[in-house]
Design a protein around this ligand. Structure first.
Ligand SMILES: C[S@@+](CC[C@H](N)C(=O)[O-])C[C@H]1O[C@@H](n2cnc3c(N)ncnc32)[C@H](O)[C@@H]1O
Length: 291
């Protein structure tokens, strides 16, 4: 997208409306409400554990070589669903990429709160550039293609019935020979398994989108996808840390850990995540979908 094409889609509030109006049980709408200044404490509680997701992505590839293969003067990157910038932060913290040519880093997210948070995190070789306060599925198809497009732990709240459109936009935004990456948890990984149990035991909501669904949608959109799977655990013996993490996993800071543990279905799932001492450990299986 050129900067000229963006203003019609931009918004000025903390959050933008998604393609369709919100409705009860609409996970996409609740995601947008929680990626806001009002959701900051909940977000920070989540990242007490979830920062590990980005550490693991930083370990999963030889990033200087992977990015170096597509680097050139004037290269451009689009971060889809940039959130609060944990992935670029992990790359600049744990990998040795500072000597790459300066990379113009465009931020796309329907939440202007997220864009501002991510922008503040960028360090060399990343240079904050354009901002697009829109959903991926609203990205114009005539966007000027990027050298790098990535979306890391980003597309869970994307409605399954809008995934085909979103995948087509993602593929179209990448120049031939460029580097594309979606990192997303699989259907059996904690984020998806937890939310399925929450939906069954606490409140029905639109399901999260899984890595398998994203992979199929990218292939249907014409992409050749190479799949890499990583597994790891994250955990804590501190119940308040576990509560904060789990509440954000469901975008629900009103249901206590005790209530979750007592809920049908969800209680069984959580019992399987606890050891004899009561400490929590969550199993993650994440697909890296390389284009
Ligand atoms: C968990 S964060 C992504 C984390 C991020 N990749 C990072 O490095 O920290 C999820 C983000 O997805 C955004 N989001 C939700 N639905 C979206 C959609 N349909 N298109 C683009 N972004 C979306 C949310 O507003 C939120 O900022």
């Amino acid at each position: 997208m050129t900067s000229d094409a963006a203003p019609a889609s931009r918004t000025t509030g903390d959050t933008a409306q998604p393609g369709q109006p919100g409705r009860p049980g609409d996970t996409a709408q609740r995601s947008l409400e929680h990626w806001s200044e009002a959701g900051r404490a909940e977000m920070e509680a989540f990242y007490a554990l979830a920062t590990e997701d980005y550490h693991q992505l930083a370990l999963a590839a030889d990033w200087p070589a992977t990015l170096g293969a597509v680097a050139h003067d004037g290269w451009r990157l689009l971060d889809v669903a940039c959130g609060s910038g944990k992935f670029p932060t992990a790359l600049t913290t744990y990998t040795d990429i500072a000597d790459l040519p300066e990379l113009a880093y465009d931020l796309l997210d329907p939440s202007t709160f997220s864009i501002a948070e991510a922008r503040a995190q960028l360090r060399p070789p990343f240079r904050a550039a354009e901002e697009f306060a829109i959903t991926l599925q609203a990205l114009p198809t005539d966007t000027e293609p990027y050298d790098v497009v990535w979306a890391t732990h980003a597309l869970y709240a994307l409605r399954p019935d809008e995934l085909g459109d979103a995948a087509a936009r993602f593929v179209a935004a990448l120049r031939p020979g460029g580097l594309g990456l979606v990192a997303q948890a699989t259907a059996r990984s904690h984020y998806l398994a937890f939310y399925d149990a929450f939906r069954a035991g606490v409140r029905d909501e639109t399901p999260y989108t899984s890595a398998e669904q994203v992979r199929d949608a990218l292939e249907s959109a014409g992409a050749r996808v190479r799949t890499q799977v990583i597994t790891y655990t994250s955990g804590t013996a501190d119940r308040s840390v576990a509560e904060g993490f789990l509440q954000r996993c469901a975008f629900d800071d009103t249901t206590s850990l005790e209530e979750m543990e007592a809920a049908p279905v969800l209680g069984d799932y959580l019992a399987g995540c606890r050891d004899a001492s009561g400490a929590y450990s969550f199993d993650h299986e994440v697909m890296l979908l390389w284009l």
